[in-house]
Design a protein around this ligand. Structure first.
Ligand SMILES: Cc1cc2nc3c(=O)[nH]c(=O)nc-3n(C[C@H](O)[C@H](O)[C@H](O)COP(=O)(O)OP(=O)(O)OC[C@H]3O[C@@H](n4cnc5c(N)ncnc54)[C@H](O)[C@@H]3O)c2cc1C
Length: 485
């Protein structure tokens, strides 16, 4: 059996690794010159950096096994320190009660409590938007302070248009009451994912995991082709036979391989795709008009990362800071000096990474690198996170297109149409962050990769679309033990 994988990110490489381990012929095709996708690491000014902050964490046994088998002992347990910067003050994240009380004026605290009590009595009945979901749990005032500005910078749309799914996946069921209890008594027992305060970080950057997975594939007879973009999959009408339930069988179309951008055709039994779902669909033949129109309503947000090398070793203690302040455009700053010692390679400077988010049509996305770097420098001084007199030695701008699938209200209806159609295309398995249009962390993409490989090797009928839609689903699927938290 031969399997082709489009994309050498966490989803593609975890799938390739599992297949190679099972003795299956695997070929990975990657458009860029690197492995790791959005989770790659790279050298910059003599140090090592990631694409923004990359904290790896999972409760799932197989994901943690994947990590520990590849990374071995070459990781550090990093104490997580992240804060929110808002109106010239730092707030601990996860929120700490006394820190909030100290940082906010009494009138605001009164409003927080008042709004909390009010929403407990008159909650939104069936919260559909991010705004309603978060307000129901924390009250309107806390929502405005800690969720609204950041989310609107990130997604570029009003929080009243962001689907509640995003909150449900990322914030879990934590309520103000639980936050208060945990602030007073600490978090004992079952921690919420967002409250994990230590994480395992590969010494040479998060990309180590994927560099080693690629090496494993190469050392076990597989191929990892870099700088080899895939144009699309090729189909053989009538190859697929899909069970439509209750005994009736319908002939669908099947995938028999891929076409590379240079026109080369490569044949295989299965294709696992992590390329953007919308682009994958565009390359398929005879897609019904309503599916195309549903796919056209799914869209992504881009990230612009500005790396600054600052002539200082002691700027602030956080791994990263969420910048809620509405007066600046960036939304998050990573300080790579506070991850693992190996990243800095004994250099005496600090590399910061500031994240700006944009749509294709936004002026900042098409602006030149010099202007974007200048804006970043101006903003970092404005926030006083780098003193005016401290030199910024270097700047580098990196564009990451299509990295956030936008969960606009109602997106599930359109996504479902696409999913249902793709399920009729035999031998094609779409997975990954933009491959399945899911706001995945590394662990979700790795799980998708592992389960896609199981599907192929064991002929399982696992519904991979469900991963990262419901945390319990993962638990049902495989979880019980925890190796690293
Ligand atoms: C700024 C930022 C911060 C993040 N922070 C964290 C974090 O703290 N913790 C965490 O766990 N996750 C984090 N993530 C998410 C994490 O990076 C992703 O979940 C993960 O990389 C997704 O893996 P993937 O394989 O699904 O997709 P990707 O990493 O996007 O990989 C897909 C690959 O497919 C390739 N490709 C696309 N089209 C084609 C084509 N036509 N032909 C060939 N190849 C193609 C791409 O070049 C890419 O290499 C962050 C992401 C970003 C952008």
């Amino acid at each position: 059996m031969k399997v082709l994988i489009i994309g050498a990110g966490p989803a593609g490489l975890s799938c390739g690794y599992e297949l190679a381990k099972a003795g299956i012929e695997v070929e990975v095709y990657e458009a860029s010159p690197f492995v790791g996708g959005m989770a790659r690491s790279f050298d910059l000014w003599g140090q090592r950096v990631d694409i923004g902050p990359h904290r790896f964490f999972s409760k799932e046994k197989h994901i943690n096994e994947f990590f520990t088998t590849l990374v071995k002992d070459d990781y550090t347990l990093v104490n997580r320190m992240t804060r929110i910067y808002y109106r010239n003050r730092f707030f601990h994240y996860p929120i700490k009660l006394f820190n909030v009380l100290r940082n906010l004026p009494p009138t605001t605290i009164f409003m927080i409590l008042w709004e909390y009590v009010r929403i407990r009595i008159f909650p939104y009945k069936d919260p559909k938007t991010f705004e309603e979901w978060v307000s129901n749990r924390f009250g309107r005032k806390l929502f405005e302070i800690f969720f609204k500005h950041y989310s609107e910078k990130l997604w570029g749309i009003s929080t009243s248009k962001i689907d509640a799914d995003w909150a449900a996946q990322r914030i879990k069921s934590l309520s103000l009451w639980e936050a208060v209890i945990s602030a007073i008594f600490g978090n004992k027992g079952d921690k919420h994912k967002t409250l994990l305060d230590q994480f395992a970080y590969p010494d040479n950057g998060t990309g180590t995991i994927y560099e080693r997975a690629a090496d494993y594939i190469l050392n076990h007879g597989g191929k990892v082709n870099l700088q080899t973009p895939v144009k699309g999959v090729i189909q053989d009408a009538g190859l697929g036979i899909r069970d439509q339930g209750s005994g009736t069988r319908d002939r669908g179309s099947g995938v028999t391989g891929i076409e590379l951008k240079d026109g080369t055709i490569v044949k295989a039994d299965y294709v696992v795709s992590t390329m953007p779902l919308t682009l994958l669909l565009k390359g398929l033949k005879d897609v019904p008009a309503d599916v195309i129109s549903a796919a056209e309503k799914l869209y992504f947000r881009n990230t612009l990362l500005v790396y600054l090398e600052v002539d200082s070793m002691d700027l602030f203690a956080d791994n990263w800071i969420y910048v809620h302040s509405p007066e600046v455009k960036h939304g998050r700053i990573t300080n790579f000096r506070n991850w693992s010692r190996e990243l800095n390679r004994d250099k005496k400077t600090t590399i910061l990474c500031m994240e700006f988010w944009a749509f294709d049509h936004d002026a900042i996305w098409t602006d030149n690198d010099e202007n974007i770097a200048e804006l970043a420098k101006k903003e970092i001084h404005l926030l006083k996170l780098v003193p005016q007199q401290t030199k910024i030695l270097n700047a580098f701008v990196l564009r990451v297109p299509r990295c956030y699938p936008v969960y606009e209200t109602g997106y599930q209806v359109n996504l479902k149409k696409v999913e249902t159609y793709l399920d009729t295309v035999e031998n094609l398995i779409p997975i990954g962050r933009y491959g399945a249009f899911k706001y995945n962390n590394q662990d979700h993409s790795i799980l998708m990769g592992i389960l896609a490989a199981d599907k192929i090797t064991q002929g399982l009928d696992t519904d991979l679309w469900k991963i990262n839609t419901d945390v319990e689903y993962q638990e049902e699927a495989r979880i019980k033990d925890v190796l690293i938290q």
